[in-house]
Ligand binder design. Sequence first.
Ligand code: IVH
Length: 674
Amino acid sequence: MQDIERRIQELREKIRYHNYRYYVLNDPEISDAEYDRLFRQLVELEQAHPELITPDSPTQRVGAEPKEAFAQVTHRQPMLSLENAFGPQELIDFDARLKRYLNRTTPIEYTAEPKIDGLAVELVYENGRLTVASTRGDGYVGEDVTPNIKTILAVPLTLMEPKQGPPVPELLEVRGEVYMEVEAFGELNHERIKKNLPPFANPRNAAAGSVRQLDPRVTAKRPLNIFCYGVGEVRGASFETQMEMMLTLQQWGLRVNRQYIKLCKTIEEAVSYCEELERIRETFPYEIDGAVIKVNRLDLQHRLGEKSRSPRWAIAYKFKPTQETTKLLRIDVQVGRTGVLTPVAHLEPVEIGGVIVKRATLHNEDEIQKKDIREGDTVLVQRAGDVIPEVVMPIVSKRTGNEKKFVMPKTCPICGAEVIRKPGEVASRCPNPNCPAQVKEALKHFVSKAAMNIEGLGDKLITQLIEKGLVTEPADLYELTKEDLLTLDKVAEKSATNLLQAIEKSKKTTLAKFIYALGIRHVGEHIAGVLASHFGSIEALKNASEEEFMAIEEIGPEIAQSIVSYFQDEENRRQLKRLLDSGIEPEAPAKLAESPIADKTFVLTGTLASMTRSQAKEIIEKFGGRVSSSVSSATDYLVVGESPGSKLAKAREKGVSILSEEEFLKLIGGGEHE
Ligand code: IVH
């Protein structure tokens, strides 16, 4: 029996250790399969000896029965909130205020870190064991959500005694933010929409909804995570600085945002870090709505004390919001390059993240129906970086009864052709390849930067070229004369010459860009790159069979079919021939065998010193490699520039080879001399 008890203890400790490596340090030592084996062994032993099960065993995370209601928990120390700063000046003012208060002229040292957009919780550890976990509530009294929090694998059920460093204290109240990653949130909403459940508005609501679940088995299915950022009452340990405290929490097994907590010698340093975080906010796998600045020295924190609702020693630098509510005036239907009809919301103009938004995509008919978005609704609109704004959901409580449901038109709003929607597809399409809307979109795509990159040929000029009958397909561009261009509005001698030069210049391009420019359905930039390095010429690509495409790892049946049917189409073959006859010479990637990076997948992060990202991408593709936007197990190399984003951690986690800019150049250079 003692042997079994010992074995159980051993297994528990191993599992805890590997949890720590995986969730807290982001640096696992064993494979998932090995971990699962350890876990199964423990489950089996505990099943055979239920009397040996303890509540802090790693097997006891899920399983508690649903509750009727949450019990209340009074926080030993109130959980305060933070004062907000909007813009750098308010941070400078904050620093000046503190210096006055402390009667000091020398710089104050701060820590600065991302402000996670989730929900605040408190974890109480007594003698190293998690006893209570609660929500913030009104700051004084929260809800007891212990069984739910225990399902979060990044929350240790027992703390670890560090080999070096302060021992685990008698009492530790840790505060942190529970959140859901953006990708997981998207998947959860996708599932919910499929099941006709209302989607969550944002990851924060999804996290909060998941924690405040009466049934912990539901919480357990939600991919939640936590970052700890501070403490409440602590008995049996003390720290000198905020930074030391964070590092110690990590040593005890708690997850802190180590990578992004920065020690700043002055407020100016903190300001520029805040600005940097705002710039790179989209690269985080989770949402951050600001940065938190904290006085580093705890004795100074103590002297500064708190006001009624917030501490004087910390402040939140708020980023520009990415969601706003506004009125949806009407829904129009646009026809895209491939004939897909996309409903577009026309909105009462609203500023989101510094940009005025007037239009937002609604994706497709089903999406509108599922989200129940109606004309006249007040809606939540979201904008992320360069991505097209989207309507997240209607604010149903604001309805007046005058809202109008949307129906997809039966005929194309541009050419009048009868719209088709194939069974199993969400998209409605205009089947007419000569539909002016399709022609225009195809041309816009063809000249765009990632395709043929014809500078100066914007939307308005394209519209004119089509209306005047000068251009009906891409190849017509290469037959334009100066006289043709001079007939256009707002085009004079000089701009006509420039335009002709840009068109001429576009003839020298890469095979990948040319393939992408053709606008084959399902062939985006990435797949175009894959095809270019695999086939090496248009000729080879044109004649390849569906099986040949399917033999390429990243190409599934849908893409394969689409490419084959594109090249089987007589009209497409004719247009392609005209393009090649006009003198376009797509340059094939370096011979596969000669290039050290042939068929390798790269991801770029941070700012490179010697080239822009698109230049780096071009070089990689030229040598037969590919560039992808996110790190996965298919990634071969991560190239790291200045101030890398979260991709670095992910690459480490996945064991992807990491290259500095110099190493990257060497690798490419090596290929050139071989
Ligand atoms: S420190 C005295 N650090 O923001 C409060 N808070 O608006 C000290 N939050 O209630 C909070 N990330 O829920 C701190 N890195 C971070 C944070 C953070 C998110 C939340 C927290 C707090 C709210 C204040």
